[in-house]
Ligand binder design. Structure first.
Ligand SMILES: *Cc1c(COP(=O)(O)O)cnc(C)c1O
Length: 358
C-alpha cells in the first residue's frame, strides 16, 4: 500500500546549470527533498518539495544538545538509465540503530526505503553518467523541540536530499596516527552516525593537516594502540597475504562499504580477518616489508589508498601503485554499481516511485 505524499513542483529545475564533468563534492543539490515530521509519537505530513530553507527556532534542541543523526548512500544508473540503489535496507537499519542510541524515534524501515526510492526515481536525470560518479543521498533526522534543558526531544524532523557527485579522493591519502585525541570509546557513540562524532574529529583533523597529513588514523582510547578507523572511513591493512580490518567492537562505525569489501574478498577465497589491529604490529610490518597495503573504505570514496603514515615521529611510506586488493575491491563495487559486473550479491535495487502524490 502506498502512502499519500504532498508534492510541490519546482518553478524551474536547476539541472541544466550543472556541469557533470566538474562536480565539487557536496555543493550541488538536486531540485527536491523529502520531509516528514515526528509529532506526538507519529510520523506525519510527508512531503516532497523544492530544496528550501528550514524555519528553525533558536531554542531548537538539536543545536544545543546534539540529537542529530544521518546516513550517506549512493545511487547510480544502469546502462539503460534505470536508477539503482546500493544495499538501501542496510542504511535503513543503521539509521534506526543510530536513532536508538541517541534516544530518537525509529523511522519505519518501509517509510525510509519508500522515500529514498521515490526521491531517487524522481531525480534520476541528476545521476551522473560517468563511472565512479553517483548521486549521493543524505537522509538525516534531528530534534525539533524548542526547549532549553537536557532531555530527549519529543519531536523530530527527518529529511532526505540528494546531490550529484564526481569521484571522491582520487588521490592517495596520508595519515597521522596519534594517541592524544580519540574519536570514540566502547560504550560511547562511535557506533552511531551522529553529528557530534564529526565535530569531535575536526580539531585532530586540523592538527593532521598542519603536520602535512590528510587524515587521522584513530586509535582506541583505552590502550591507545588498537587502530579503529581513518578519518570518516573504515580501515583495511594487507600484511603479507592477510587482509585485516578492526573488528566491530562497539566504538567503530559499521560501514556498509566495509561489509561489501569483506564479502567480495571472502567470496574470492582470500585470507580475511576481523580482529584487533595493533599499531605496533603495523609499524613492525612496515619496517620488515610485509605491510603491502593500507586503505580506507566508505560510501563517498568507496576505497581510498594510503601512501604514507606517521606514528611517533616516524614516517612510513607505501606505494599505492603496487596495490592489488584495494584496487580490485573498488573496481568490483564501481562495476557492480554501473552494471558492468554481475550483481552476484544482489546489492542493487531499482529505485521506483512508491508514493501516491496528493
Ligand atoms: C559513514 C562512516 C563510515 C563508512 O560507512 P559506509 O557505510 O561504508 O559509508 C565509516 N566510518 C565513519 C565514522 C562513518 O561515519
Amino acid at each position: 500500500m502506498s502512502i499519500k505524499v504532498k508534492f510541490s513542483e519546482v518553478q524551474q529545475s536547476n539541472l541544466s546549470k550543472v556541469d557533470f564533468d566538474n562536480l565539487p563534492f557536496g555543493k550541488t543539490f538536486t531540485d527536491y527533498m523529502f520531509e516528514i515530521d515526528y509529532i506526538s509519537g507519529e510520523w506525519v505530513n510527508p512531503s516532497v518539495k523544492p530544496v528550501q530553507m528550514l524555519d528553525i527556532h533558536p531554542g531548537n534542541m538539536a543545536w544545543h544538545y546534539g540529537q542529530s543523526i544521518f546516513e550517506g548512500m549512493k545511487a547510480t544508473k544502469s546502462k539503460d538509465g534505470v536508477p539503482l540503489l546500493f544495499r538501501p535496507d542496510l542504511h535503513a537499519k543503521r539509521l534506526n540503530k543510530s536513532a536508538r542510541r541517541m534516544c530518537m524515534p525509529e523511522i519505519p524501515e518501509q517509510m525510509f526505503l519508500d522515500a529514498v526510492h521515490t526521491l531517487v526515481n524522481l531525480e534520476r536525470a541528476w545521476i551522473p553518467p560517468h563511472k565512479g560518479s553517483a548521486m549521493y543521498i543524505r537522509p538525516f533526522m534531528f530534534a525539533t523541540d524548542n526547549t532549553i534543558g537536557v532531555r530527549a526531544s519529543d519531536n523530530y524532523k527527518f529529511i532526505i536530499f540528494t546531490m550529484p557527485v564526481g569521484p571522491y579522493y582520487n588521490h592517495p591519502v596520508s595519515l597521522w596516527a596519534q594517541d592524544e585525541y580519540f574519536r570514540a570509546v566502547v560504550g560511547g557513540v562511535g557506533e552511531a552516525k551522529t553529528a557530534g562524532n564529526y565535530a569531535a574529529s575536526l580539531y585532530p583533523a586540523a592538527m593532521a593537516k598542519k603536520l602535512g597529513y590528510d587524515q587521522v588514523m584513530w586509535l582506541d582510547a583505552v590502550h591507545k594502540r588498537y587502530v579503529q578507523e581513518v578519518g570518516t572511513m573504515n580501515i583495511f591493512f594487507v600484511v603479507d597475504d592477510e587482509i585485516c580490518t578492526p573488528n566491530l567492537d562497539g566504538a567503530i562505525l559499521a560501514g556498509i562499504t566495509r561489509d561489501s569489501v569483506l564479502k567480495i574478498y571472502r567470496e574470492k577465497g582470500y585470507r580475511v580477518s576481523e580482529r584487533p589491529v595493533d599499531i605496533h604490529e603495523i609499524v613492525d610490518a612496515a619496517k620488515s616489508g610485509s605491510l603491502k597495503e593500507i586503505f580506507g573504505t566508505g560510501t563517498a570514496a568507496v576505497v581510498a589508498n594510503v601512501n604514507k603514515f606517521m606514528y611517533k615521529d616516524e614516517e612510513f611510506l607505501l606505494d599505492p601503485k603496487n596495490y592489488n586488493y584495494s584496487v580490485e575491491a573498488k573496481e568490483i563495487i564501481n562495476s557492480i554499481r554501473e552494471g558492468s559486473h554481475e550483481d552476484t550479491f544482489n546489492w542493487l535495487v531499482p529505485a521506483e516511485c512508491k508514493f501516491e502524490w496528493i
